[in-house]
Design a binder for this molecule. Structure first.
Ligand code: AMP
Length: 285
């Protein structure tokens, strides 16, 4: 595995690979890799002759007072895990390399970026879209792997790629969970023992919503109330939202129909956790 820290070096390495007909798979991350990240790496390795993983904790997507300074980091373990899986290039740029001067250009996605996380973290997706656009420009034409765990992020990246005709194929991969249902996240390390015990309530809330839908419920407000009631059972959870929306627009459009996505976000102490799951409602013939 080659570890690359500068933009020109990564560009020329990947251009050379493509010139010899070797397609590139790309997994952008913020590091502190867990089995969820590694599932994306394995998918990229399986689909592409060359796989590049980036690790960059992107300051643009953190607001003042969020956890940028505290965000967990373990570069040595990340590198060892990537090497063990057979990653070809690990791209670990410094903040100076990525942003040598304050950025004057940002990518703002409206529509799918506006609801849910967009309401609670108003500048978050502009930070994400800007760094992902920059990484796509550096990596060049590729398949890029993202986790369903961050469903709204996948929607935002897909929309950006489509609107800007970026030559990248976005591949979304299933959420990897702990055995008790908690979605793996770098931020799970913030949980105290008791918060960790209660955190699977998010998975339970999604299950309650899915159960309501499979029982015939089509009113998003009723499905959302069922999800909220479950989160309410965890005394350490402070709910940000529980939403039942159309999977592609991320808003409710009358009775639930077709592809539906259930999304939850809650704070447990200093950890803010998100999770989601989907359901396909088939039209009654
Ligand atoms: P992050 O390092 O949190 O920015 O995540 C990097 C990528 O890994 C994103 O595309 C995430 O959606 C994905 N990811 C994070 N957690 C999981 C998980 N539990 N299962 C699958 N993918 C994940």
């Amino acid at each position: 595995m080659e570890t690359i820290t500068t933009i020109p070096e990564l560009r020329s390495r990947l251009d050379a690979e493509r010139e010899t007909g070797r397609g590139v798979g790309f997994v952008p991350t913020m590091g502190y890799l867990h089995a969820g990240h590694l599932s994306l790496v394995e998918a990229a390795l399986a689909d592409n002759p060359v796989t590049v993983v980036s690790i960059f904790v992107n300051p643009l997507q953190f607001a003042e007072g969020e956890d940028l300074g505290a965000y967990p980091r373990d570069p040595a373990a990340d590198s060892a895990q990537c090497e063990a899986l057979g990653v070809d290039c690990l791209f670990v740029p410094s903040a100076q390399q990525m942003y040598p001067r304050p950025v004057a250009t940002r990518v703002e996605v409206s529509s799918v970026a506006a609801p849910l996380e967009g309401v609670l973290r108003p500048h978050h997706f502009a930070g994400v879209a800007t760094v992902v656009a920059k990484l796509f420009s550096i990596v060049g034409p590729c398949r890029a792997y993202f986790g369903d765990k961050d469903w709204q992020q996948v929607c935002v990246v897909r929309r950006m790629v489509s609107d800007l005709s970026i030559p990248v194929e976005v591949v979304a991969c299933p959420t990897v969970r702990e055995s008790d249902g908690l979605a793996m996240s770098s931020r799970n390390v913030y949980l105290s023992a008791e918060e960790r015990r209660q955190a699977p309530v998010l998975r339970a809330a999604l299950d309650a919503g899915l159960d309501a839908i499979s029982g015939g419920e089509r009113n998003p407000a009723v499905v959302e109330a069922a999800m909220r009631a479950v989160v309410g059972r965890a005394e350490l959870a402070s709910l940000d939202y529980a939403a039942a929306v159309q999977a592609d627009s991320l808003v409710s459009e009358g009775p639930l129909h077709g592809e539906v996505r259930l999304l939850v976000a809650a704070r447990f102490g200093r950890a803010r956790l998100i999770d989601n799951d989907g359901s396909l409602i088939r039209p009654v013939c």
